[in-house]
Design a protein around this ligand. Structure first.
Ligand SMILES: Nc1ncnc2c1ncn2[C@@H]1O[C@H](COP(=O)(O)OP(=O)(O)OP(=O)(O)O)[C@@H](O)[C@H]1O
Ligand SMILES: [Mg+2]
Length: 249
């Protein structure tokens, strides 16, 4: 599959030869230099952009099906909240918009999810009364409300301080273990990619392509976890750093 953007001369390829299989329940973290196509790849999975060539199947069907059934939730790089709705009303948005209503059982309430992301006391505020990181956490709560089969997260924790980020990493792992949700997670943090991912997809730029898929499962415990300072984690981070620096052919 090639992915990119349509243009007058047929299309600008961002990533070529993407041949990737993500099993249900996988937690795939995605690393690569700015502009290499990480967000574009998520857009294709979410059915916001068709592939330029080749095909993609999501949950065994064309991506439009998963989209219309709300089986895929997207946390965008820039949180997209409606300014005229309170925080709670923003989280509840997926229950009210779109064709019909959500058919999948809702895992929990907006207030429970806001508590999970540490925003319980902000439920009645409006987005412009929140910090950037707080807005991002509202977007995460909203994505979790529909109990999606696939969760696409585009640098969701980039704007957070390290302590909050560590806490939300742990919460996300707990959610992943509990729900078996398939997660595709873009990050610029090598540490985060190793801590969260079962596999790490390394993308390269110019030309955009898949450089390597690093499988971390052999070094992770039965629950998919690994201490941040474990020697295996440190070694995996060093290897990923070399890959990203172009020091490994
Ligand atoms: N709507 C668009 N039309 C045409 N080209 C686009 C469009 N959106 C992005 N691009 C181009 O596609 C390439 C990949 O962009 P993308 O946003 O996927 O990168 P990224 O890996 O997510 O980068 P970053 O880490 O900075 O978020 C870039 O060269 C970008 O300029
Ligand atoms: Mg991006």
């Amino acid at each position: 599959m090639a992915i990119g953007y349509p243009s007058a001369d047929g299309g600008t390829v961002v990533l070529s030869d993407v041949d990737l299989r993500v099993e249900r329940g996988d937690f795939l973290t995605i690393l690569g230099p700015s502009g290499c196509g990480k967000s574009t790849l998520l857009r294709v999975v979410a059915d916001l952009l068709p592939p330029l060539s080749g095909a993609i199947s999501v949950l065994g069907h064309p991506p439009a099906r998963a989209r219309s059934r709300r089986e895929v939730a997207f946390v965008f790089q820039d949180p997209t909240l409606l300014p005229w709705r309170t925080v709670r009303e923003n989280v509840e948005l997926p229950l009210q918009v779109g064709r019909g209503s959500v058919t999948r059982p809702v895992e929990t309430t907006a207030d429970a999810l806001l508590a999970l992301v540490g925003l319980a006391e902000f439920a009645d505020r409006y987005p412009d009364q929140l910090s950037g990181g707080q807005r991002q956490r509202v977007a995460i709560a909203r994505a979790l409300l529909c109990n999606p089969n696939i969760l696409l997260m585009d640098e969701p924790f980039g704007a957070l301080d390290e302590i909050t980020r560590d806490r939300l990493n742990d919460e996300l792992l707990a959610i992943w273990r509990r729900t078996g949700t398939t997660i595709l997670f873009v990050t610029h943090s090598i540490m985060e990619a190793v801590y969260l991912g079962q596999r790490v997809l390394v993308l390269a730029a110019r030309p955009g392509r898949v450089q390597e898929v690093v499988d971390l499962r052999p070094m992770k415990g039965a629950n998919g976890g690994l201490a941040r300072e474990a020697p295996e984690a440190v070694a995996a981070m060093a290897r990923l750093r070399q890959l990203l620096a172009g020091q490994v052919p």
